[in-house]
Design a protein around this ligand. Structure first.
Ligand SMILES: [Zn+2]
Length: 307
């Protein structure tokens, strides 16, 4: 996508991040996201609209309530700016409107899940379901005949994103000679999962979801309480969004990151052997790597295989 869409997506991401931060705050306390209106957590004064402008209000107020001077946590500006940056990155990487819409829903849900899992070691079903509903709407629009199906799947910026959409299916198998472009550095490493028009997207999504869920259910049996059923559901959810090629990249990245961080926490004594380390954030980080780099890494790997 072009720079205008990227900037627009970044600004939208700040606003969505503000909503996600409220969700991260309130879901563990079983409070609805929309009511009551936001208040200072120290003096209880209701916040004015200008005090809720993402990131900027926190900087202007220097992280303090204007009435009571109580500290406003850094969680809100952090969640807002991370969401804004991820939205901009998704827009810059997406090659088709369908990839853009799916990518935005994907990162929004992952931000929410990471925040909640870090706070209370639970992965909220409502976030997974919202993401599934969003993806189902987009993929359904690709199946229902109409002018939108072609628009959703059409490459928007083919100049800067050669491998988008249908082109991603032209990847050579390991036994075929690769076209010269596949092995050259010009083949993009950043390549969101291909979204096929028609029922093919459903088949790929559901198949990868089943594989992701099954792998993590087996890991869960072996982990003796280290992994929860939420992790199994999240792995299946990642499969639905990433498809069969990017999913293995995501799960592998999550396992490596999780192992590294758990090792450091154990070695430095900040966590003991019996402590539970939430795995959702690692799956979310792996999911991001899979979404941006999964297909590109496969392409690079297959290019190497054919010399
Ligand atoms: Zn206050």
């Amino acid at each position: 996508m072009g720079p205008a869409v990227t900037v627009l997506a970044g600004v939208a991401g700040l606003a969505v991040g503000s909503f996600l931060n409220t969700f991260i705050d309130r879901w563990p306390r079983e409070e609805p996201v929309t009511f009551p209106p936001s208040r200072c957590e120290h003096c209880g004064r209701r916040l004015r609209p200008l005090e809720m402008v993402p990131v900027a209000s926190w900087i202007v107020l220097r992280g303090r309530c204007r009435t009571c001077g109580g500290a406003i946590g850094w969680q809100a500006p952090l969640v807002e700016s991370v969401t804004g940056l991820l939205f901009a990155a998704v827009a810059a990487a997406a090659g088709t409107p369908a990839q853009l819409l799916l990518g935005l829903g994907f990162v929004a849900v992952l931000v929410a899940i990471t925040g909640v899992d870090l706070r209370c070691q639970l992965i909220p079903n409502v976030a997974l379901l919202a993401g599934l509903g969003w993806a189902a709407l987009v993929v359904l629009a690709l199946v229902v005949p109409g002018p939108w199906a072609g628009w959703l799947a059409a490459p928007v910026a083919p100049a800067s994103f050669e491998g988008a959409g249908a082109g991603a299916f032209a990847v050579p198998g390991p036994d075929e000679p690769a076209p010269s472009s596949a092995a050259t550095p010009s083949a993009p490493l950043i390549r969101p999962p291909a979204v096929a028009p028609g029922w093919a997207s459903w088949a790929r999504a559901l198949g990868a979801a089943a594989v992701g869920g099954l792998i993590f259910q087996i890991l869960r049996w072996g982990s003796r309480g280290g992994l929860g059923f939420g992790d199994v559901k999240l792995a299946a959810w990642l499969g639905f969004y990433l498809g069969p090629r990017a999913l293995p990249v995501a799960l592998f990245t999550a396992a490596v990151l999780g192992g590294l961080v758990a090792g450091v926490l154990l070695l430095t004594g900040r966590r003991g052997r019996r402590d539970v380390i939430p795995f959702g954030p690692f799956l979310a980080a792996g999911g991001l790597v899979g979404w941006f780099f999964g297909e590109g890494l496969w392409q690079a790997y297959l290019g190497l295989g054919t010399g």
